[in-house]
Ligand binder design. Structure first.
Ligand SMILES: Cc1ncc(COP(=O)(O)O)c(C=O)c1O
Length: 397
């Protein structure tokens, strides 16, 4: 072989060290197969509502095909401020405290890049969607995972473990409520304690609230889960990550936003120039329409998800070796399967032998192994067949 091969540049070790998403790994296998019941991604089977699609078409026809501000269209930021005021009673400055992003995951990326330096540490409550920890690694920082223990039928926050995990390099604490994959929803008291903890240790507190509208325990259907913004002052080092994906069935559109302290928002908007510059202009216009007219659709969607959740919970309750707490939010169940120690292998065999695609618990970090994640935002006949096959699969072991 030519000696010059040895001196070819290599992919940077820091990029190579970012672990592949094990949800994707499983999904890639499933995508090469026919007839799979796909419950591995966090995505509704419902398409984007027509009124949102029409708004994007109209925006294009009206000429919204040019660059916008790095922080997003001022009209969308105003619509978001109105949304917070109506939904949470929280007053935000649309020009200074809201940054529109090209998805929730881009919001995570940008915010994490703005608060971590190489070598810093971020505490991450897990099991959690892996992209938070992966983005910490992408910033050449270190994710320190702190598992949420299950006590009785509710996941908790282990504040002693959090205290023990703090070091002089800790800069950030990330939690997700409602949680992916747990469906756990932080109480106001838990949020208060997280905020106190962050203030005491001078950490940024990042609340991933992308599932806030998928909340089943509110006094009224459609009431969001409690936001950290109800407790934080505008001087607090608090970051809220948000997305249109789950609430409006807009996963493919790539539209999200962040709420954050003014100085961080200004910096994030500036850095966005060098990442994607801004979210697509016609998508942003469609987002405004979604915020304005989405409430009826959200309530219909919630009713359907709640039925799906209850159906799956009842089915799982009859299966051997399965324990699963009843979640109050998001669209996931995270059953523990006793005796199962390799969730990736379990999901792979379930996929190949029964054509049911679930996400392996190990993908969600510390505390995830031993469980699988089921996304129930699907059609009822699909869930019925998937549950029947999972039951047979478990009985055959
Ligand atoms: C907890 C959590 N945060 C953020 C996101 C990002 O959503 P998107 O990038 O589609 O806006 C997801 C998507 O699954 C998620 O589960």
């Amino acid at each position: 072989m030519d000696a010059s091969v040895d001196v070819q540049p290599a992919v940077a070790p820091s990029a190579q060290s970012i672990a592949h998403s094990r949800i994707r790994e499983l999904a890639e296998m499933a995508m090469a197969m026919d007839g799979v019941f796909k419950l591995y991604f966090g995505e509704s089977s419902l398409p984007t509502p027509e009124y949102i699609k029409r708004a994007a078409q109209k925006a294009m026809a009206d000429g919204f095909t040019f660059y916008t501000e790095n922080a997003g269209l001022p009209s969308l930021r105003k619509a978001l401020a109105r949304y917070y005021s109506e939904l949470h009673g929280v007053d935000l400055d649309p020009a200074g405290e809201i940054v529109v992003t090209a998805s929730g995951v881009q919001a995570l990326h940008l915010a994490i890049r703005c608060v971590l330096d190489p070598g810093d540490e971020a505490l991450v409550l897990t099991p959690a969607w892996p992209n938070g920890s992966a983005n910490v690694a992408m910033a050449n920082a270190r994710a320190v995972e702190v598992p949420q223990p299950l006590a009785g039928d509710r996941y908790q926050i282990d504040f002693d473990a959090l205290e023990a995990a703090v070091t002089p390099r800790s800069r950030l604490l990330i939690y997700t409520s409602p949680s992916n994959p747990l469906g756990w929803v932080a109480t106001v008291e838990e949020q208060r304690r997280l905020l106190e903890f962050a203030r005491k240790h001078r950490l940024w507190l990042m609340a991933d609230e992308v599932y806030e509208r998928l909340y089943y325990a509110g006094e009224k259907p459609g009431k969001p889960a409690a936001s950290i913004l109800n407790l934080a002052s505008r001087e607090d080092a608090v970051i809220v990550i948000q997305s249109f994906s789950k609430t409006y069935c807009m996963t493919g559109w790539r539209l999200g936003w962040m709420v954050m302290r003014r100085d961080l928002a200004a910096r994030a908007a500036r850095l966005n120039e060098f990442v994607v510059s801004h979210a697509p202009s016609f998508t942003q216009r469609a987002g405004e329409t979604a915020l304005l007219w989405g409430e009826d659709e959200i309530r219909k969607m919630l009713a359907k998800y709640r039925e799906n959740r209850d159906f799956c919970l009842a089915a799982l309750a009859k299966m051997p070796r399965v324990t699963v707490p009843k979640p109050d939010g998001a669209f996931y169940l995270f059953p523990k399967i006793s005796g199962m120690t390799d969730s990736f292998d379990f999901c792979k065999r379930l996929l190949l032998e029964a054509q049911v695609g679930l996400a392996p618990g190990v993908a969600f970090g510390a505390g995830g192994e031993g469980s699988v994640r089921i996304c129930y935002a699907s059609e009822r006949p699909i869930l019925e067949q998937a549950m029947a096959r999972l039951s047979l699969f478990l009985q055959s072991r």
